[in-house]
Each structure stands twice: as structure tokens, then as C-alpha cells.
Design a binder for this molecule. Structure first.
Ligand SMILES: C[S@@+](CC[C@H](N)C(=O)[O-])C[C@H]1O[C@@H](n2cnc3c(N)ncnc32)[C@H](O)[C@@H]1O
Length: 228
């Protein structure tokens, strides 16, 4: 089967179908699509600082803003001039929401400044070589023990493998807390470790003894920050 190739998309000039989908989501997407999804993640307390990464036309950002009723704020980030303009318009009237256009790797958002990052159908749309760096940058702006909710299609014809999602998250110090893989989509909750290390650093420290029990192999190979 033909592999999905995200490099064919021009998000600044989306197709008529993509524009129609955004219009339709604006009409009914909140009630049918985003609100039920956020509710199944556990919802919002109302005071969180949230990043809606790849916010598109801002329908999800608007749903989040409406739920942050206790002082919370949401920032929508997207690379598309077309979709960020739509999102700005949809969020007029929400003083707790803003939209930024650009790559997360270049936006210079303060490190560890978000409680929660929501990603809905975005990482698969980024070319493969840039996915790990993007997720590392996202992990950087998430506070320790902050959470990341991700929903991605995983079909070969349009999506990315769930294993790749897990790998880029683990490499960025994000631990999978829960996951559902239903047919063509993966929905996961990740948590940022209090201290981040590369998976390779941690694993090289362990070996198995004769009974197969994992033990510290060599403290000298360990992380220089702490004694984990
Ligand atoms: C399929 S749309 C999903 C939009 C939105 N999350 C939703 O649920 O409708 C994918 C979005 O990801 C955005 N995108 C693609 N690459 C991106 C990147 N590197 N950084 C931020 N956004 C990106 C696109 O501009 C587009 O708006």
C-alpha cells in the first residue's frame, strides 16, 4: 500500500475539501467531536495553562477556552497562515485565548510553562524527519509532570504507526500513561517525567543478572544529573 506522505500538503493553501472540513467542524465539531473527546480524557479543572498544538482553524482551541473558566489560558499554535487567521476569528471574544503562527521549535515559548498540551491529528502531518525534534520542543515547554493528550490517525494510507508515536514521546521524556488504539486511530495520554533523560541514558545503566532481574550495571554510565 502507498505510504502516507505529509510533504504534499500546503497548509497555507489548503484544498477545498480541507476548507470545507474546517467549516463543518466550526458548525458541529465542538459538540460532536472535541467536547466528547476532552471529556473522555478527564476534562479540565478550569485553571490550566494549555497549549493546543496544530490548532488548525481553532475549533478545538475555542472548546478548550470555553472550559477554562477558573483563570486558565489556552495558546493555539499552527504553522498555517490560512488556519491561524481562521482561528483568530473564531477566538474573538475569548480573552483567555491566543493564537501563534510558527514552528514550535522557533517560537521561543517559555520552557516548562504549560500544564497540558493537546495534539489532535497533527504529528502525522509533519514530515518524518522533523517529528522527533517537534515533540522534544513540546516536551520542553511542558512543566514536569504535565500531561500531553494526543490523538492521531494510524492508517498506513493516512497516519503514522502507534509505535512511532510511543518512540518519539519516550525519547522526549514523556511516559505513556494510557492508550487506546481503535481501528484507525491512536489516543494516548503522556506525562512528563520530573527529570528528563534520554531513554538510551537510562537503559545503558541496567543489565540483567543470571535470573533475568534488571539491575544497575554501571553507575559510571549513568546520568550526570541525579542518581536514578
Ligand atoms: C489535520 S489538521 C488538524 C487541525 C486541528 N488540530 C483539528 O483538530 O482540526 C493538521 C494541522 O496541523 C498543522 N501543522 C502541520 N505541521 C505543523 C507544525 N510543524 N507545527 C504546527 N502545526 C502544524 C496544519 O497547519 C493543520 O492545521
Amino acid at each position: 500500500m502507498k505510504q502516507f506522505d505529509p510533504s504534499v500538503f500546503d497548509f497555507d493553501n489548503p484544498s477545498a475539501l480541507f476548507r470545507f472540513e474546517d467549516w463543518l467542524k466550526g458548525l458541529i465539531g465542538g459538540r460532536l467531536f472535541y467536547d466528547p473527546y476532552f471529556d473522555t480524557r478527564g476534562g479540565f479543572r478550569g485553571n490550566e495553562v494549555v497549549l493546543d498544538f496544530g490548532c488548525g482553524g481553532g475549533v478545538s482551541t475555542r472548546c478548550i477556552a470555553a472550559k477554562l473558566t477558573r483563570g486558565g489560558r489556552v495558546t493555539g499554535v499552527d504553522i498555517s497562515s490560512y488556519f491561524t487567521a481562521k482561528a483568530q476569528k473564531r477566538l474573538e471574544g475569548f480573552s483567555n485565548a491566543r493564537v501563534l503562527r510558527g514552528e514550535i521549535t522557533n517560537l521561543a515559548l517559555p520552557q516548562q510553562s504549560f500544564d497540558l498540551i493537546s495534539i489532535i491529528h497533527v504529528i502525522h502531518d509533519i514530515v518524518k524527519e522533523k517529528r522527533a525534534g517537534t515533540v522534544r520542543a513540546l516536551a520542553g515547554v511542558l512543566r514536569p509532570q504535565g500531561r500531553l493528550w494526543i490523538w492521531e490517525p494510524i492508517r498506513q494510507s493516512h497516519g503514522m504507526p502507534a509505535e512511532e508515536i510511543r518512540r518519539v514521546m519516550a525519547e522526549a521524556g514523556l511516559r505513556e500513561v494510557s492508550a487506546e488504539t481503535e481501528g484507525s486511530s491512536y489516543k494516548g495520554i503522556f506525562e512528563k517525567e520530573s527529570r528528563t533523560h534520554s531513554a538510551a541514558t537510562v537503559w545503558t545503566r541496567y543489565g540483567e543478572d543470571a535470573r533475568g532481574v534488571r539491575r544497575l550495571a554501571s553507575p559510571r554510565l549513568g546520568c550526570a544529573i541525579c542518581c536514578c
